[in-house]
Design a protein around this ligand. Structure first.
Ligand code: PGA
Length: 250
């Protein structure tokens, strides 16, 4: 049985005092869950968040990192820098980074390899745009992104990767993919993993859905056969709402 992994993506929101207050409140709400709960916070909140989350079942992740180990990359943060303060997860290739910060399938692949080398668990985002969906190209886009993201990984490494299927037209728009459509897309991604690695790995790999997940739709989405939880943006900024999403089965 695959576990459910529910991750918040705060994007460029939350000052340290807000982060700490939110984590304290959330910790009380999710203390009895069996699901994995992660908050991916801005760099400046990482240290405060790690301290506040100590002794709770909330794990802390970053939202990006560089693929190089160190060097002359002004403004960048390395995998080792994240790992050494206790960060466990890192989002790689979010569509906003692909769209605004020149992230490519190639840099996504390099970042995944560096993250795994430092025992950070990558949450890798794939997803189609609205024009791609309307042109009937969604499956081709998401399977290609998946193949290129995982290219050159050892089978054992693939098991440590979390994939987030995030249709770009559903992010921050209030439009959610129907549970059936999200499940079908995720099944296509799983088949791609089977094709490139093995059936066994495809059965094990965690694949989340992301894009306007809220308390109201989390149960319908997360109880689908292939959806292993979610990557939640806007709704993760509010502890009460995010707590309800995590507790969708309570
Ligand atoms: P949203 O964002 O939940 O606000 O749509 C999801 C994401 O971008 O990860």
């Amino acid at each position: 049985m695959r576990r459910k992994v529910i991750a918040g993506n705060w994007k460029m929101n939350m000052l340290p005092n807000e982060a700490m207050a939110c984590i304290e409140e959330l910790a009380k709400l999710v203390k009895d869950t069996n699901h994995e709960v992660i908050l991916c916070v801005p760099y400046t909140d990482l240290f405060y968040s790690l301290l506040t989350a100590q002794g709770t079942n909330i794990k802390i992740g970053a939202q990006n990192m560089h693929y190089e180990e160190s060097g002359a990359y002004t403004g960048e943060v390395s995998a080792n820098m994240l790992k050494c303060i206790g960060v466990e997860y890192v989002i790689i290739g979010h569509s906003e980074r692909r769209q605004y910060f020149a992230e490519t399938d190639e840099t996504v692949n390099k970042k995944i390899k560096t993250a795994l080398k430092h025992e950070l668990k990558p949450i890798v985002c794939v997803g189609e745009t609205l024009p791609q969906k309307e042109a009937g190209k969604a499956v081709e886009v998401i399977t290609t992104q998946t193949r290129l993201a995982l290219e050159g990984l050892e089978k054992e490494q693939v098991k440590k990767v979390i994939i987030a299927y995030e249709p770009i037209w559903a992010i921050g728009t209030g439009k959610t993919a129907t549970a059936e459509d999200a499940n079908n897309s995720i099944r296509e991604i799983r088949n791609e993993v089977a094709k490139n690695f093995s059936e066994e790995i495809a059965r094990e790999v965690i694949i989340q859905y992301g894009g306007s997940v809220k308390a109201q739709n989390s149960k319908e989405l997360f109880t689908m056969s292939d959806i292993d939880g979610g990557l939640v943006g806007g709704a993760s900024l509010n502890a009460e709402e995010f707590g309800k999403i995590v507790n969708y089965d309570k």
